[in-house]
Design a protein around this ligand. Structure first.
Ligand code: SAM
Length: 360
């Protein structure tokens, strides 16, 4: 394929070079590639219809980023996922859904780039969703609680910090049965996430959070600026606690939906599926694939991620067989959880999509 530079495209299309770069970032020029620091564009590419999409917001407009560390977080493979954002997102595609939202790395990326008419997020983790809702509706009280905890915690000795951490963990678990405690639940959720081991969220058989204390010297417990930006960006987002299947009504032919379920474990020892009391076994992976097929029939634009069983067993075709009619891209990621052996290293992961016109 022959390529031209952004400068050449700008001249040919009679728009600025900066505008061409923005269109490339928006994924609206099919086949455009980043080569070093410059864009190269297929010579056959044509100028998109509406070169000045009113919906596009520059990257630096809202700087919200995930407010928790989350196992399976997508920050480090965001660049690869971005390449799959469908053409027309923020234009003809006016809705976004992320039914397994977790820390929301993709959500916040999309919210900072596109103006959408409707956005839907959900997760089965009740305390995580309470925290999203508190950030949306009660951020000032949340910041004040977190700021107090941060001031106290950072002044404590190691021994005192340990007592403080386990005290807060016990209180957090006790709050499950207390009504009207959402602000406290949210502040403890963020405190524990920032100070526990590796930012994990793991529960025991009774649903109690049981992650031990981490060893951060100077953790940021109250990131006031980011919480304020997150609150702003969530203003019109529909936040739901529950199963991903509840998103069925919302998702239609104008929706881009990103599914990031708990990954299928590569080995029995590498299993990490305890974000909640209910695991996510092969039967659930199959149900999810059926759900995605139903959404495809509605005309929705769907991307899903998962682990690649071929990291361990080249002949394991679990997902290839499950998503035969969809496109499967294999990308490389560095993972601390859900990976092989020691639980660290580079592994292949799957990005599954149900539409063409993407640049994989
Ligand atoms: C891999 S994580 C998502 C990570 C997220 N993309 C990020 O960047 O942080 C999977 C999430 O799915 C949630 N989950 C598990 N089972 C679910 C279900 N049946 N419906 C909705 N959410 C579920 C978990 O609580 C967890 O937050």
């Amino acid at each position: 394929m022959e390529f031209m530079t952004a400068k050449e495209a700008a001249k040919q299309w009679n728009i600025s070079q900066r505008r061409v770069a923005i269109l490339c970032c928006e994924n609206r020029i099919d086949g455009a590639e980043m080569l070093g620091k410059m864009w190269i564009i297929p010579k056959t590419a044509t100028k998109p219809d509406d070169a000045r999409s009113l919906r596009f917001q520059p990257l630096d407009n809202i700087a919200a980023k995930p407010f928790v560390k989350w196992a399976g977080g997508k920050a480090q493979i965001l660049q690869e996922i971005r390449r799959l954002y469908p053409l027309g997102l923020g234009k003809t595609i006016t809705k976004y859904a992320e039914p397994f939202v977790g820390g929301g790395a993709v959500l916040f990326d999309i919210l900072s780039k596109y103006q959408l008419d409707e956005v839907y997020i959900s997760d089965i983790n009740q305390e995580l969703i309470t925290t999203y809702m508190q950030i949306q509706n009660n951020v000032a009280e949340l910041i004040s609680k977190l700021s107090l905890m941060e001031q106290k915690y950072l002044l404590l000795s190691d021994v005192e910090r340990k007592v403080y951490y386990y005290d807060k963990r016990e209180r957090f678990n006790a709050l499950k049965t207390v009504a009207n405690a959402d602000a406290e639940v949210a502040s403890l959720f963020i405190f524990l996430n920032r100070t526990c081991f590796n930012g994990l969220y793991r529960v025991n058989g009774k649903g109690g959070f049981n992650v031990p204390m981490g060893s951060y010297k100077n953790p940021t417990i109250c990131d006031k600026n980011n919480l304020t930006s997150v609150s702003e960006s969530l203003r019109n987002v529909r936040i739901v606690c529950g199963d991903y299947k509840n998103s069925f009504e919302f998702i239609d032919r104008n929706t881009f939906a990103y599914f990031d379920p708990p990954y299928r474990p590569l080995t029995s020892t590498a299993s990490f599926t305890s974000y909640s009391q209910d695991g996510f076994d092969d039967e659930k992976q199959i149900e999810l694939a059926c759900f995605i097929k139903e959404l495809s029939s509605k005309g929705a634009y769907v991307v899903a991620s998962n682990s690649d069983p071929k990291n361990i067993n080249e002949s394991d075709n679990f997902f290839d067989n499950l998503y035969t009619s969809l496109s499967i891209a294999r990308i490389s990621a560095s993972r601390a959880i859900n990976s092989i052996g020691e639980g660290r290293g580079r592994v292949s992961e799957l990005l599954i999509s149900n539409y063409s016109g993407v640049r994989v």
